[in-house]
Ligand binder design. Structure first.
Ligand code: UFG
Length: 325
């Protein structure tokens, strides 16, 4: 298939592209490089620099390349940022997604995989969180993904768009060549590894009074390569209908456990300081991925936190100053 990957220069999009190409697909990347990195773009992909806000540019991609399916990663993705700048999320994320969807529909494309998020579940009643859980977005970011899921639901019913919405919990880890680099970096694992590289003095723990065993937040870290595998399986399954899946390992690790594992892997003491809670952080987020396991046979290859952090560390050691520096 020829797949249009928006955000293919970003963290998850670039690793998914790598696996798509290794599986024999052709990939057209559409990315404005505002958050992504040219060095992350796969050399065997076709790269188009463009912005999803530019509807004409989006239509031109579909006019130029016969696209069979879309994987949509390009997005603003930070919960706290979305609270500060709601229009960037319930505005740009949604409008840009609509430009993409309209172009896809008008060009006869009926396969779509959406990067969605655990931030749909702000007040989960059950842990681990399965797909039956009531959706209560935790921020304008989560709401933007929810809106895109709803738009896809209606496009399925009205024009036969077959879609998969993959709600990622905490993506982490790296492939050999592609890893996690955001500017500014806000994510726990890359920040901890920057301390180990001597680029930061310490890591601040955002809250130690949560109702969890050690008082710090618990998250479900999932290897980006396992996420990539889920995308490929979901794409193949679209012929049998649309679907939504929660994607995690089903195991939670506290912030302190992540730091401790990083200490073991890197051999660095990684100093910590306790700070206040970060607004918008739920205490515990753990996914139930039973549905995707049962329906698609998805089986994570790197479920261990050790492997996840080790691959991230290997990538950081190979790219101490990030891509291209
Ligand atoms: N944390 C710290 N110190 C830091 C950075 C993070 O203690 O310097 C903590 C956070 O408070 C949180 C955990 O580490 O408890 C993980 O934080 P991340 O920022 O790495 O990830 P989040 O869980 O906040 O965010 C992830 C995805 C989002 C998604 C969200 C759903 O990155 O896209 O899960 O809640 F929306």
């Amino acid at each position: 298939m020829r797949i249009l990957v928006t955000g293919g220069a970003g963290y998850i999009g670039s690793v998914v592209t790598e696996q798509l190409i290794e599986s024999g697909h052709e990939v057209v990347i559409f990315d404005n490089l505002s958050l992504g990195h040219m060095e992350a773009v796969h050399p065997r992909s076709t790269f188009v620099r463009g912005d999803l806000a530019d509807r004409a540019a989006v239509f031109e991609v579909f006019d130029t390349y016969p696209i069979d399916a879309v994987m949509h990663f390009a997005s603003n993705t930070l919960v706290a940022d979305s609270v500060e700048f709601p229009f960037k999320y319930v505005g740009d994320n949604v409008v840009n997604g609509l430009n993409l969807l309209r172009a896809a529909v008008e060009h006869g494309v009926r396969r779509f995989v959406l990067s969605s998020t655990a931030n749909l579940f702000d007040k989960p009643e059950r842990m681990p969180i399965d797909e039956q859980e009531r959706i209560i977005p935790g921020s304008p970011y989560g709401e933007s993904k929810h809106m895109l899921e709803r738009i896809l639901y209606w496009l399925d019913r009205t024009v036969g768009m077959r879609y998969a919405a993959l709600r990622y919990f905490n993506a982490a880890g790296a492939s050999v060549l592609r890893g996690e680099q955001h500017e500014p970096e806000t994510h726990l694992i890359p920040l901890v590894l920057q301390v180990a590289l001597g680029q930061r003095e310490k890591i601040t723990i955002f809250g130690s009074d949560y109702p969890t065993p050690d008082g710090t937040c618990v998250r479900d870290y999932i290897h980006v390569m396992d996420l990539a595998q889920a995308h490929i399986l979901a794409l193949q399954a679209l012929t049998d209908g649309s679907r939504v899946y929660n994607l995690g390992n089903g195991r939670g690790f506290s912030v302190l456990e992540v730091v401790e594992m990083a200490r073991q892997i890197t051999g660095h003491p990684i100093p910590i300081v306790m700070g206040p809670r970060r607004p918008g952080d739920p205490a515990v987020l753990i996914a139930s991925s039973d549905r995707i396991r049962a329906e698609l046979g998805w089986n994570p290859r790197f479920p261990d936190l050790r492997d996840i952090i080790q691959t991230a560390w290997d990538w950081h050691v190979a790219h101490p100053n990030g891509y291209g520096k």
